[in-house]
Design a protein around this ligand. Structure first.
Ligand code: ZN
Length: 98
């Protein structure tokens, strides 16, 4: 009969298998969703097609001291933990730097 620690390790191994399986299912569903013509409003990762998650906004002039244009920089991160993609969206709404 297996001892207590061996059984606990076996449980952890099975739990990790379940987590990997769930991650793979999430990735596949993201790819399937990205082909849906009705899915026009989801901002998707250029690298893996997973959904990008909004992280926050910053004033452009707050980020760059000598910037004359007024606008907002929005940060997004890929929801796929294995992807490590970060996206910044620059929206200039008052261009003074011509
Ligand atoms: Zn990605």
């Amino acid at each position: 009969m297996k001892d207590h620690i061996e059984l606990q390790l076996e449980v952890i191994r099975y739990e990790q298998m379940v987590e990997r399986r769930e991650e793979k299912i999430r990735e596949l569903k993201n790819v399937i969703d990205s082909y849906d013509q009705n899915d026009m409003f989801t901002f998707r990762c250029w690298q893996c097609r997973s959904e990008l998650i909004w992280g926050g906004d910053h004033d452009i002039q707050e980020l760059y001291e000598d910037e004359l244009d007024e606008g907002i920089v929005s940060n997004f991160s890929c929801s796929n933990n294995n992807c490590n993609t970060h996206v910044e969206v620059y929206h200039v709404f008052n261009q003074k730097n011509k």
